[in-house]
Design a protein around this ligand. Structure first.
Ligand code: CA
Length: 567
C-alpha cells in the first residue's frame, strides 16, 4: 500500500512495514514474566526500595550495578476517536503503527477521558486527579495556586529527566504549571484566540526555513480570520509539521539523556483541526471516501444542545469549493483520517527510534488521546457537545511494557486517563503519587482480569457521563434545560446510541441506579486541596525507612480510616 510513497521526508516503508525483528520481539513478549519477578530481576524494585525522602536523587545514582531503570514515553494525540483505529476494525482508518503497537502490548477497549477538552483533560492526565479535584474545566487559565504535582515532578524528584514536547496546553498564567516540573518544555502553540497561534520557538523554526506562511495546523492562511473547520492537504511537508517537529524535539531529548532514565511526553497536535495532513497522508484516502455511517442518524432522542449542534453542522459555512454540506463533511472526514495516519506515522518514528537504539527493551511506551471527537459522527462537528457520546469520552489506550505486557493482549476492564500517572510510577518502581485519584493498572497490563474500578466518569462543570456495565448514563441538572433531561444507552445492545432509554418506563430502576452510583462516586472521590501539600520539610509522608506503618498508607487510606484530623 505504501510502496509508491515518496522518500523525501523519511523512510515511510520502514516505519509502516512489518519487519522480521518485530515478529521475533512479539514472540519474546509472549514469554512475559510476572510483574514482581520482573522488577526483582531487573533490580528496579531494589532500587525503588532504597529511595530516600531526604535525598530523592540517590536512587538514580545508586541503582544496582547492571540494573536498568525503565524510561517512559507517553505519546498522546489530540482528539483521536478510539474507534478510528485499524486494530479496532475501522473500515477506513489506516494506522499500521498503532496496529503494530497493539499487537506487541496491551490495549484497553474501555479507556475513558476525564474531560472532553484539552486543558482539563491534560491536567487530569498529568496530575492523576479528577477535574472536580484539580478544579480545571476550561481552556488555559492560571497555574494551580498551590504546588499541584504532576507525574513529571514526581519522576523528576526520583532522578528522571523529564520533558514534554508538542501541544502542551496546560494552565499557563503567568507561567506554565509544568515549567518547574520538566527539564525541557517545548510547546508548538501559543494558545491565543487570534494570531500568532504558534509558539516563538516553532515559529522561528519555520521562519528559518522559509515555511512560516505555510503553517496550517491551527488556521488556514488563505482564509485569515475565518473559522478553521476545513479539510485539505497541508502546505507543509510532514517533516516540518507540528508532529514532525515534536518528534524531532523528543528524539533529541531522549538522545541527550545518556544513561539517565527519562520520562517524556510526545504530544501530537492532530487529528484536532485543522484537518490538514501531509499530501501523502491525504492521498492515502480516496476523494470520494464514504462519510461517517451515522452522519444522518436521527438525533431527536438526544438532549437539546446535541440537536442544536446537528443544526450547526448543517448550517456550516464552508470555505473551500464545493461548499455543500456533504462535500464539506467529506473534506473534514478525509482530513481527519489523514491526520490520524499522520499521527500514526509520528508514533512509528518514535517506535523506530526506540527500537534502533535498543531503548525499546527498557522503555514503557504508551499511546493515548486527551479525548475523542465526532467529526461528523452522529451528525455533529468536532468534539461538541462534549460528553454525550462514546465518540468523545472513550479514548485509545495502548501500552507496551517490557517484560510485563503480553503481546496482543486486549483488556476489557474500565480504565481512566488519570490511571496513567500512578501506573507509570508503579511500573518504574517509584513510590506512589499520593496526590492522584487514579489506580495502578499494572496487573491488568500483565493480563490480569480483576477490575480496578466499577465505573468510569467524564466530567463537565454541570453534566457528568457515567459508564457502568453496559450503560452510558449522562446526568444534567434540572436547571440546565428547565426540564428533566438525561441520557441512558445500552451500549451492548445499541452501540451506536440510537435509543435514549432515559424516560423509558422499563429502565427507571437503571436510571436510579446509575444516578446513585454517579453521586456516590462524586462524594467518595472528592479530594480536598488542603491535604496537599503537607507541611514544609515533609515532602513525602510515605517513607520506606521510618518504619511507621500508618505513615505508609497515603492520604486516601488515612482519610478513610479517620486518621486525618480535618474531616
Ligand atoms: Ca484536545
Amino acid at each position: 500500500m505504501y510502496s509508491g510513497m515518496p522518500q523525501a521526508h523519511g523512510n515511510l516503508e520502514t516505519i509502516f512495514g512489518e519487519r522480521e525483528e518485530l515478529r521475533k520481539e512479539r514472540s519474546v513478549m509472549k514469554n512475559r514474566m510476572a510483574r514482581r519477578e520482573f522488577l526483582q530481576r531487573s533490580g528496579i524494585g531494589t532500587a525503588a526500595a532504597a529511595f530516600s525522602v531526604g535525598n530523592p536523587l540517590r536512587a538514580a545514582d545508586e541503582a544496582a550495578p547492571g540494573s536498568r531503570r525503565l524510561n517512559v514515553v507517553h505519546v498522546i494525540a489530540d482528539q483521536h476517536q478510539a474507534a478510528c483505529t485499524g486494530y479496532e476494525g475501522h473500515p477506513q482508518a489506516i494506522t499500521p503503527n498503532l496496529n503494530r503497537l497493539a499487537a506487541s502490548g496491551t490495549r484497553f477497549t474501555r479507556a475513558y477521558t476525564q474531560n472532553p477538552i484539552c486543558t482539563p483533560s491534560r491536567t487530569s492526565i498529568l496530575s492523576g486527579q479528577y477535574c472536580h479535584n484539580h478544579g480545571y474545566f476550561g481552556l488555559n487559565g492560571p497555574a494551580p495556586p498551590y504546588n499541584l504535582p504532576s507525574f513529571f515532578s514526581h519522576f523528576r524528584a526520583y532522578g528522571y529527566r523529564t520533558a514534554a514536547f508538542g501541544k502542551i496546553h496546560t494552565p499557563d498564567q503567568p507561567r506554565n504549571w509544568l515549567a518547574d516540573h520538566c527539564d525541557s518544555l517545548g510547546d508548538c502553540y501559543a494558545y491565543q484566540s487570534k494570531p500568532p497561534y504558534l509558539s516563538e520557538e516553532y515559529a522561528r523554526y519555520l521562519a528559518q526555513r522559509g515555511l512560516l506562511e505555510k503553517e496550517d495546523s491551527a488556521a488556514l492562511p488563505e482564509f485569515p480570520g475565518a473559522q478553521q473547520h476545513e479539510g485539505r492537504p497541508s502546505l507543509l511537508p510532514y517533516e516540518h509539521s507540528v508532529e514532525g517537529w515534536t518528534v524531532q524535539k523528543a528524539i533529541q531529548f531522549m538522545d541527550s539523556s545518556g544513561n539517565r532514565p527519562f520520562c517524556v511526553q510526545v504530544s501530537l497536535p492532530r487529528p484536532h483541526e485543522c484537518y490538514t495532513p501531509d499530501q501523502r497522508f491525504w492521498d492515502m484516502y480516496p476523494d470520494d471516501l464514504s462519510l461517517p455511517a451515522t452522519l444522518y442518524n436521527d438525533a431527536s432522542h438526544r438532549p437539546p444542545h446535541f440537536q442544536r449542534m446537528v443544526q450547526s453542522l448543517k448550517k456550516m459555512k464552508w470555505l473551500i469549493e464545493p461548499k455543500t454540506f456533504e462535500a464539506g463533511c467529506r473534506r473534514v472526514w478525509h482530513g481527519y483520517l489523514g491526520c490520524i495516519t499522520q499521527v500514526d506515522y509520528a508514533l512509528g518514528q518514535v517506535m523506530e527510534y526506540l527500537e534502533k537504539t535498543g531503548k525499546a527493551d527498557h522503555t514503557v511506551l504508551i499511546y493515548g488521546s486527551d479525548h475523542g471527537a465526532y467529526e461528523g459522527t452522529f451528525g455533529v462537528p468536532e468534539k461538541a457537545p462534549g460528553i454525550c457520546s462514546e465518540a468523545v469520552c472513550r479514548v485509545p489506550s495502548i501500552w507496551r511494557v517490557p517484560g510485563i505486557t503480553p503481546a496482543g493482549h486486549v483488556c476489557h476492564e474500565f480504565m481512566e486517563n488519570i490511571d496513567i500517572a500512578p501506573t507509570i510510577a508503579a511500573l518504574c518502581g517509584l513510590p506512589a503519587m499520593e496526590t492522584t485519584d487514579g489506580k495502578d493498572l499494572s496487573d491488568l497490563l500483565a493480563g490480569g482480569n480483576q477490575p480496578v474500578r466499577e465505573v468510569a466518569v467524564t466530567e463537565n462543570p454541570w453534566s457528568k457521563a457515567l459508564r457502568w456495565g453496559p450503560w452510558r448514563f449522562v446526568h444534567y441538572p434540572m436547571e440546565m434545560f428547565g426540564s428533566d433531561v438525561g441520557e441512558l444507552y445500552d451500549l451492548e445492545k445499541d452501540p451506536l446510541e440510537t435509543q435514549n432509554l432515559y424516560h423509558d418506563s422499563a429502565h427507571q430502576d437503571t436510571v436510579h441506579q446509575c444516578r446513585r452510583r454517579l453521586f456516590e462516586w462524586l462524594a467518595r472521590t472528592t479530594r480536598f486541596a488542603t491535604a496537599w501539600p503537607p507541611p514544609a520539610g515533609k515532602e513525602f509522608s510515605a517513607t520506606v525507612e521510618d518504619g511507621k506503618e500508618t505513615n505508609k498508607l497515603g492520604v486516601e487510606e488515612r482519610l478513610r480510616r479517620g486518621q486525618l484530623n480535618y474531616i
